[in-house]
Write a protein that binds this ligand. Structure first.
Ligand code: GLA
Length: 779
């Protein structure tokens, strides 16, 4: 094929080549490391010498050319491409065949926002491809927003009905990425309540993998983030493609490998249960898909996502702004609290250095359990006699800001709101709707429900000096039906729900720019780029056990920066796992996110309070490093059961590295903790964060280091453990950046039952330590 125009979309480190084929299709020639501009890209064009058996010839002028084995930018049904299509629709005459061919293209600086949908923002250059199906009178537009400095190409599409007859859209995915193939695995992030975003690797072979949600939310089941990792790629090296969706509703990612090994990746609104009636003159816009590529391994890919999210997804006053250290009362009290009990907790928290108190569920209506009152956003004055403003004033006297929990999208059947407007709850005609956590979902497809929420929340958030809001959503949506829409539009329910929610979020968050919003959905059931456009952080999981938070936060880190991850220190043993873990480990894991505490600090021992005070003071000194530094997942040499996380300042002058050990095994080889991202020529001071060791956790061993004898499990031991602690040796070292990144920091031997002195490293089950590297003064 000749006379072909090739468009070169490029970022700092990547190139994306689109060929405008003479047959009318935009084809993908290349996506990968940056190429120099050159005139011979024609060599990359599909040039089949002869057709193959069963091939459908698309155009008689090109007898050996069929659509099925070409990397295309968009595909439909019925013209010989038999892979999963990007667009599928039903024309007025019933035909499902579509044939969109190029009619024009343009390139310009900047971009337009998406109608009704959140999307990325910032400096970008746009390529717009215009296609038409002349037989149907439909137009399809593909946009490519190229964010040069972040190595990101954000794609979206829209279909316009220019004909005088209706059409029914069955699917319009946000992006289709066709790659020539290779030895890749698809990485997905799957789970459930309290076990979100667990990494799974699916080596690709012929067939299709579907990663999707049908719950009405992006879901904990399958996050919209997917990654293609080359067989030879590691955390630090090799080729990876990443794809995420700026959307919070039901989504689908198809990854298909064809008979010739080509890969097709599709992402967008889940076609399952979806349809959209396009009347003459109407159009439909997809959410935005975010594509990135790195040849610097999975860490390089994640860092592309992290920078992009911090700069082009999160917006408003809290963009790139350090997040407050908060205390949340939920795990300590659930619904059972009084103003006095909250203030007792708040007073201790303030003394320990906490900055903001979050009043969680149970402050409104008659909400003493999860059976009632969602929708009645009126303060319960039996619990808070002075109302929210009175409570906030008391917190202020303690030096704390005030944050509030709400779950606006829901209604309890036992609520004044439901009694006044039963028709506002989602339900199908002739059926009783299913409840989940004893609650129903408000029908956000209705404008009157959106307006009601905007007004109620605006009044509520203006009623007290609120600095933070936790916006929860605690059920999957069942019985989908939009009461205000005709039967032919019922396939629009889930997407219209999202459009309604986004309208409410746009208005409410826009009204209160000073409020830091944190989204939540039964923990991390709606952790996605759509919510992050309105709410700079997300509660990652109700599971606050650090042993399990490790994989939850690590899974999350593949696509989302630490600044977006809500992470709290909870009580031990943990409420969900009954696992006991050291207080320092609970902190060390939570420190790699937006730190909070979620336990009754007023009930802790003197030693525990001292430890928390030190943790908070230390985190305040380094919080920008943890929240906005370059984050690396590394491997502990000799032992892949251990976890190593590193955060490095963008300039490479400061880094924090955490080593986590799930289980002690005596008789280990020498251990080292690797760093990354430091300046190779510079010299660093490295020091272990001062950590306390609970005397009781040492059992009989403590008798070797104390001048007196304690009985294991005895009362005296418990009392002493509350009053006294051991401090770990600080393990101070000086080392070059090249050595720390190349070899790692050699650590002193772990205690192994033979001797204990100040050089022995006490490191038990679920133990961890953070090592801080700072530039040595002379360097
Ligand atoms: C959800 C959240 C929790 C808490 C409760 C309150 O489960 O994930 O953090 O807010 O709701 O009901």
């Amino acid at each position: 094929m000749n006379h072909t125009t090739v468009l070169h979309l490029h970022t700092h480190n990547t190139s994306y080549l689109i060929a405008l084929l003479p047959t009318g299709q935009p084809a993908n020639l290349y996506y990968g490391p940056r190429l120099a501009d050159q005139p011979h890209w024609d060599e990359l064009l599909p040039a089949p010498a002869a057709g193959y058996g069963t091939m459908v010839t698309y155009d008689k002028n090109y007898p050996s050319f069929g659509l099925d084995d070409v990397c295309l930018e968009t595909s439909g049904l019925g013209k010989g491409d038999f892979r999963e299509p990007m667009i599928e629709l039903e024309a007025a005459d019933g035909q499902r065949t579509t044939d969109f061919v190029l009619t024009g293209w343009k390139q310009y600086e900047g971009r337009q926002p998406l109608p009704g949908l959140p999307c990325s923002c910032g400096n970008c250059r746009t390529t717009e491809l215009q296609l038409a199906d002349k037989a149907l009178g439909l137009r399809l537009v593909l946009w490519y927003h190229v964010y040069e400095e972040y190595d990101v190409i954000a794609r979206c599409a829209a279909v316009y009905n220019d004909s005088d007859r209706p059409a029914v859209l069955r699917r319009l995915m946000s992006a289709q990425l066709d790659l020539p193939g290779g030895a890749y695995s698809l990485l997905t992030f799957d789970g459930m309540w309290a076990n979100e975003r667990q990494l799974h690797r699916h080596p690709l072979s012929a067939g299709t993998i579907l990663n999707d949600s049908k719950t009405g939310a992006s879901s904990a089941r399958h996050n919209p983030l997917v990654i293609l990792q080359h067989k030879y790629a590691t955390q630090q090296t090799g080729r990876c493609y990443g794809c995420n969706l700026v959307y919070s509703g039901s989504h689908a990612e198809y990854c298909e490998v064809t008979y010739t090994g080509k890969i097709r990746l599709l992402t967008g609104i889940n076609p399952s249960g979806f349809s959209w009636l396009l009347q003459p003159g109407e159009s439909f816009h997809t959410p935005e898909a975010v594509l990135t590529f790195s040849d610097k391994g999975l860490n390089g890919l994640s860092q592309n996502f992290h920078r992009f999210v911090n700069n082009c997804i999160v917006r408003g006053e809290w963009k790139n702004k350090p997040r407050p250290i908060l205390i949340n009362n939920w795990e300590a009290t659930e619904f059972n609290f009084t103003e006095a009990s909250l203030l007792k907790m708040a007073k201790t928290a303030a003394a320990l250095g906490v900055e903001l108190f979050v009043l969680d569920d149970g402050w409104f209506g008659r909400r003493n359990s999860d059976h009632t009152s969602l929708g009645d956003w009126v303060v319960n004055t039996q619990k808070l006699p002075g109302g929210l403003a009175g409570f906030a004033a008391k917190l202020r006297q303690l030096g704390l800001d005030f944050g509030l929990w709400v779950e606006p999208e829901m209604v309890s059947p036992d609520s004044d709101l439901y009694r006044a407007h039963p028709e506002w709850a989602v339900s199908c005609p002739g059926r009783a709707p299913c409840e989940s956590r004893n609650q129903l979902t408000l029908d956000l497809t209705r404008t009157e429900v959106q307006d009601y929420l905007i007004k109620t929340l605006t009044d509520l958030f203006a009623s007290a000096p609120i600095r933070y809001v936790k916006w929860d959503m605690n059920r999957n949506i069942s019985d989908p039906y939009a009461g205000g829409l005709p039967p032919a539009r019922q396939g629009e329910f889930y997407h219209r729900y999202m459009l309604g929610l986004y309208r409410v979020l746009e208005r409410v968050t826009g009204e209160f720019p000073q409020i830091l919003f944190e989204s939540c959905a039964s923990g991390g059931n709606r952790f996605d780029l759509g919510m992050l456009c309105y709410m700079p952080q997300t509660w990652a999981s109700d599971n606050t056990d650090p042993a399990q938070r490790l994989s939850i936060q690590e899974g999350t880190s593949y696509g989302y920066p630490p600044s977006t991850i809500g992470a709290h220190v909870a009580a031990s043993p943990h409420f969900a796992s009954l696992r006991a873990t050291p207080l320092e480990t609970r902190f060390n894991v939570a420190a790699f996110g937006c730190l909070g505490y979620e336990l009754d600090v007023s009930r802790l021992s003197r030693v525990e309070k001292q430890a928390i005070k030190a943790q908070i003071a230390w985190y305040k000194q380094h919080r920008e490093l943890f929240q906005f530094g370059d984050f690396y997942r590394l491997e502990a040499e000799y032992d892949d059961t251990k976890t190593v996380w590193v955060s490095v300042s963008p300039e490479g002058d400061e880094a924090a590295a955490m080593l986590y050990q799930p289980r002690v095994t005596p008789g280990r080889p020498d251990e080292r903790i690797p760093f990354a991202g430091l300046r190779p020529q510079a010299v660093y001071d490295v020091v272990g964060r001062t950590q306390y060791v609970n005397v009781a956790a040492l059992g009989e061993l403590v008798n070797r280091v104390l001048p007196f004898k304690l009985r294991q499990g005895g009362v005296v031991q418990a009392v002493i453990a509350g009053q006294y602690s051991l401090t770990l040796s600080d393990e101070r070292r000086i080392a070059g950046g090249d050595l720390l990144c190349g070899l790692g920091l050699p650590l002193p031997p772990q205690f192994a039952g033979t001797a204990y002195n100040e050089h022995t490293r006490l490191f038990g089950d679920n133990d961890s330590r953070i090592y801080l590297a700072t530039l040595h003064e002379e360097s």
